[in-house]
Design a protein around this ligand. Structure first.
Ligand SMILES: Cc1cc2nc3c(=O)[nH]c(=O)nc-3n(C[C@H](O)[C@H](O)[C@H](O)COP(=O)(O)O)c2cc1C
Length: 350
């Protein structure tokens, strides 16, 4: 078993186990419509077993960053359709990552005036880039009323419907990196006293119900995955002991039969714990190279490996792995800048 072994993942047969990580690239327009350049960017990586797109907002309320894409109106769906058509024409598979930022937002990056929503009205420490005002602190969020939560979950379901209408093979719930689902999971960000906060069972409820709604919208659990990052402190996520929450979540979602659980490791040993707790396909990511990826697959510790920065800088990563060719070095200064530089202009082999 190695990176070039085929894989059955949910409803699909993948030609290899190389997965492109979801990566925000900030090339959309200010109305959250994906750019034409993204067609070439994703198409040129279509020989990966599975591509996962950059985080994409399910609603205007779910947006927080400059120039990130959405999937909540017809123009956005049409722009994404060009990406999925190009990837499919190359024989690839592509899932859309649905990302609701919750409290990680600044008003200058949003198309609506309303304050961002979160489990609790606690501002996340840290700053984010805005095109009009430079670096700014995260906005103070408004705490969701209990009665509003089904409506927020419904946005993830409608985003799933829209993603399939745009031609995506499936969707990934972004429950990592401190965004809305991760805010519900985290005791630091979630100080609710209703059924969605407090106990561990309550803190996982939002994510479980959201996945159930996404599966119902997709019509198949095999078209839905989830990403988690236990122990990640990014975006002011604070949890004294995160693993019990994620083990409880893995136990709770195992019976759903999702396409996969995608784990971004953070150095706290979550890989073995979630392997044991989760009964299904496991994808692991976070600093893997070819050699370690093949070891993990040979050991049966995961079914697929997710590559971020290495795939960002090498559109022909699959070919380079196959031939043991050297890799381009990622250039962080152009990760989030508009235009082709650092996006579609990394050199390819030959
Ligand atoms: C430029 C950039 C943007 C990212 N944006 C996202 C994102 O939108 N959603 C997400 O889940 N992770 C995002 N990540 C994290 C990656 O998916 C991945 O977990 C991380 O880069 C670790 O993998 P690597 O060491 O192979 O790069 C981003 C990473 C980078 C470098």
């Amino acid at each position: 078993m190695d990176l070039f072994s085929p894989l059955t993942l949910g409803d699909y047969s993948l030609s290899n186990r190389i997965v492109m990580a979801p990566m925000t690239r900030s090339r959309s327009n200010t109305e959250a419509v994906q750019s034409e350049l993204a067609v070439e960017y994703y198409e040129s990586r279509a020989d990966g077993g599975l591509l996962i797109t950059e985080g994409t907002g399910p609603s205007a309320m779910g947006m927080g960053y400059a120039r990130t894409p959405g999937i909540y109106n017809d123009e956005q769906i049409a722009a994404w359709r060009k990406v999925t058509d190009a990837v499919h024409a190359k024989g690839g598979k592509i899932f859309l990552q649905i990302m609701h930022v919750g409290r990680i937002a600044h008003s200058a990056n949003r198309t609506i005036a309303a304050a961002p929503i979160a489990p609790s009205s606690i501002r996340a420490a840290g700053q984010m880039w805005t095109d009009s005002q430079g670096m700014q602190p995260n906005d103070l969020p408004r705490a969701l009323e209990t009665a509003e939560i089904p409506g927020v979950i419904a946005e993830f379901a409608s985003a799933t419907t829209n993603a399939l209408a745009a031609g995506f093979d499936g969707v990934e719930l972004h429950a990592a990196s401190g965004y809305l689902p991760n805010q519900f999971l985290s005791a630091g960000a979630n100080q609710r006293t209703d059924a969605y906060g407090g106990s561990l069972e309550n803190r996982i409820r939002f994510v479980v119900e959201t996945l159930q709604a996404m599966v119902a919208a997709a019509g198949s659990a095999g078209k839905v995955g989830i990403k988690v990052s236990p122990g990640m402190k990014f975006n002011d996520i604070a949890d004294a002991d995160p693993m019990p929450t994620f083990i409880a979540l893995a136990n709770a979602i195992s019976p759903i039969g999702l396409a996969y659980l995608h784990l971004m490791r953070t150095g706290i040993g979550s890989e073995a714990a979630l392997r044991a707790a989760y009964n299904g396909t496991l994808l692991v990511g976070g600093g893997y190279g070819k050699a370690e990826a093949n070891q993990v697959l040979a050991a049966g510790a995961a079914e697929g490996v997710v590559f971020g920065t290495s795939y960002l800088a090498n559109s022909d990563l699959v070919k380079r792995f196959a031939t043991d060719a050297p890799l381009n070095t990622p250039e962080a200064s152009t990760f989030y800048t508009p235009g082709p530089k650092g996006y579609t202009d990394y050199p390819t082999l030959g």
